[in-house]
Design a protein around this ligand. Structure first.
Ligand SMILES: *[C@@H]1O[C@H](CO)[C@@H](O)[C@H](O)[C@H]1NC(C)=O
Ligand SMILES: *[C@@H]1O[C@H](CO)[C@@H](O)[C@H](O)[C@H]1NC(C)=O
Ligand SMILES: *[C@@H]1O[C@H](CO)[C@@H](O)[C@H](O)[C@H]1NC(C)=O
Length: 189
């Protein structure tokens, strides 16, 4: 009876481990603008979406949730973003709660369908990194927003991929330890 329990527990732990180890499982839904949602920024707040983007990291497979009222979301190219030109969007959404899945690494651009809203700061440019690396540290530690803004003018590149080898080594070692423990649980008399 006890050994059966141990076996089940061991299998459960194994499944847990493979879930942690699976980078695709780490995809997340990110709400654009946080609690503010997708809206025209206030008079002195035209950089609000740039600042919001600088506090987040975006990976292929993540999705962006735009929540808005009486407004719209356009996926645009770089030109459309910088000139608030809304005449040739890649796609248009007006449903009030739009989920856009990020499918490619590199830059991605969004704006309100109202050019005036765009000029007042309701536009978003993000830099998308590849698939989630396995050993991903929390953005708040890896990426203090202030120093990030000061140090690097070109957004959100490089960091996610260049997980230090030391961190990977630590993960491998701890995986090894846990695996040994699980094996012990399963086969100890
Ligand atoms: C915006 O900033 C200007 C100058 O800093 C200030 O005079 C004005 O009151 C601010 N307006 C709002 C709505 O905060
Ligand atoms: C909706 O948006 C349009 C254009 O931005 C504006 O003219 C209108 O007053 C808005 N209506 C409401 C109910 O906010
Ligand atoms: C917007 O871009 C289109 C081409 O995509 C161009 O024909 C049009 O003149 C531009 N509008 C403005 C206001 O710049």
């Amino acid at each position: 009876m006890a050994s059966l329990f141990r076996l089940v527990f061991a299998v459960f732990l194994m499944m847990l481990l493979s879930a942690i180890d699976n980078p695709v499982g780490a995809s997340k839904e990110i709400k654009v603008g946080g609690a503010e949602g997708w809206r025209q920024p206030g008079v002195n707040d035209s950089a609000m979406y740039n600042q919001w983007a600088a506090r987040h990291r975006f990976h292929v497979g993540d999705s962006l949730r735009f929540q808005y009222k009486n407004d719209s979301v356009l996926v645009v190219d770089k030109y459309g973003y910088f000139h608030c030109n809304t005449t040739n969007p890649i796609s248009t959404f007006e449903d009030g709660s739009t989920l856009v899945t990020i499918e490619r690494p590199g830059p991605a651009y969004f704006t309100s369908g109202d050019p005036d809203h765009c000029k007042n700061g309701q536009r978003l440019a993000i830099e998308v990194m590849g698939l989630h690396p396995i050993a991903r540290s929390p953005p708040s530690i890896a990426y203090p927003p202030q120093s990030y803004m000061a140090v690097s003018p070109s957004p959100v590149s490089s960091s996610g991929e260049s997980v230090p080898m030391a961190a990977l080594a630590v993960v491998s070692v701890s995986m090894g330890l846990v695996t040994s423990f699980v094996t012990y649980l399963a086969f100890a008399p």
